[in-house]
Design a protein around this ligand. Structure first.
Ligand code: SAM
Length: 341
């Protein structure tokens, strides 16, 4: 029953985490703890009952610890703050709360209708989440803060796995705020990157590249990557957190365009979460699939490695290599090469 009751009230557990972040409880205790209940109440401006609820939940869930009459932050939170990961977790919490949470209530119906029914919870009438973000500056900033943090939780491995010593031109398809393009360009001083991004977000992408001081080597091309041609003569094409959004058929179509844009010997890289080929985990891949089934576009999921590999073969790629990424996120990297005809 322990596991079932945790699942049964999983939404409440998340709300405690969100409230503890949003109201500043965890940062307060990390910076000033241990504090008594009265001190927490005073610092957070909460009434007695409200503070008691918050501390009951955060302590029962192990986010905070009660020693005698004082509360302190859990060791895990303290160590995540120390190594710089905590802000990335908070960015992820805000994304789950402000963008994901409501739409996931349509998960069962999304499965039944095999489409993203949950998008109806996001204001706008555009056909996918990304185009709707353009009309919602607050949600757009929550989304891209999260996307940058989620990428940064794993893209050091991308930068170190991908040998770009002899690569001159890289295409980053649906590059978001260019977080991965920037990391790759910084690590490879001879690399030029073109980022494809929808017109509604391309200005945000260009501003981010400019802030990084990389406008001379990283350019942004506003486009619809499904409808518009890819620039040709690329040595490498990157899909980062991209092929989890669409159906396998749409992914194969994108990979075919990547194949056509590459010179023989060029490589395509898929960087996103992966589920295992047996279809039973890892748990984070399964949990994250609810979002991709219910919200951003008609149909995606955290696909097993083998589904990406099948799409790559259908698109004409030859040699395929897998690189699992260590850590708690289920990230993986697939590199495939375009062989000579
Ligand atoms: C999940 S985000 C990933 C962003 C970035 N690659 C990263 O890893 O942080 C998907 C991105 O693809 C972009 N996108 C969606 N549809 C697109 C399209 N048809 N053409 C170009 N970009 C698109 C979105 O605007 C969004 O920035």
């Amino acid at each position: 029953m322990d596991r079932l009751s945790f699942i049964l009230f999983g939404h409440a557990a998340f709300q405690y985490l969100n409230a503890a972040c949003e109201l500043g409880l965890l940062d307060l205790l990390a910076e000033r703890g241990p504090l008594s209940e009265e001190e927490v109440r005073e610092q957070l401006g909460l009434q007695e009952r409200a503070c008691a609820v918050l501390l009951l939940g955060s302590t029962a869930l192990g986010l905070t610890v009660k020693d005698g009459s004082g509360y302190r932050v859990a060791d895990l939170v303290a160590s995540l703050r120390a190594d710089g990961t905590w802000q990335k977790i908070k960015d992820t919490v805000a994304f789950e709360q402000d963008i994901v949470y409501e739409g996931q209530a349509d998960f069962a119906e999304s499965l039944l209708r095999n489409t993203n029914v949950g998008l109806r919870r996001v204001p706008g009438d555009q056909p996918d989440l990304y185009q709707r973000l353009g009309g919602n500056p607050r949600l757009e900033s929550v989304f891209y803060r999260y996307m940058k943090s989620w990428s940064e939780l794993a893209n050091t491995h991308l930068v170190h796995t991908l040998d770009l010593t002899h690569t001159r031109r890289l295409l980053d398809c649906g590059g978001g705020d260019a977080v991965n393009a920037i990391a790759l360009a910084r690590h490879n001083p001879g690399l030029e990157v073109t980022v494809l991004e929808i017109p509604a977000s391309a200005g945000m992408t260009a501003a981010s590249v400019e802030r990084a001081g990389l406008s001379e080597r990283v350019s942004v091309q506003p486009c619809d990557m499904f409808a518009d041609p890819f620039p040709s003569g690329m040595d490498c094409v990157l899909f980062a957190h991209q092929l989890v959004i669409w159906t396998p058929e749409q992914n194969t179509a994108l990979l075919r365009k990547a194949h056509a844009a590459l010179a023989p010997g060029g490589r395509v890289v898929i960087f996103n979460s992966m589920s295992n080929d047996e279809g039973d985990g890892p748990l984070v891949a399964a949990l994250d699939s609810v979002y991709f089934a219910a919200l951003p576009a008609e149909g995606g999921m955290i696909y097993p490695w083998r589904v990406h590999e099948r799409c790559l073969r259908e698109a004409g790629f030859g040699a395929v290599e897998r690189f699992p990424v260590p850590g708690w996120t289920p990230h993986g990297i697939i590199v495939a090469t375009k062989e000579a005809p």
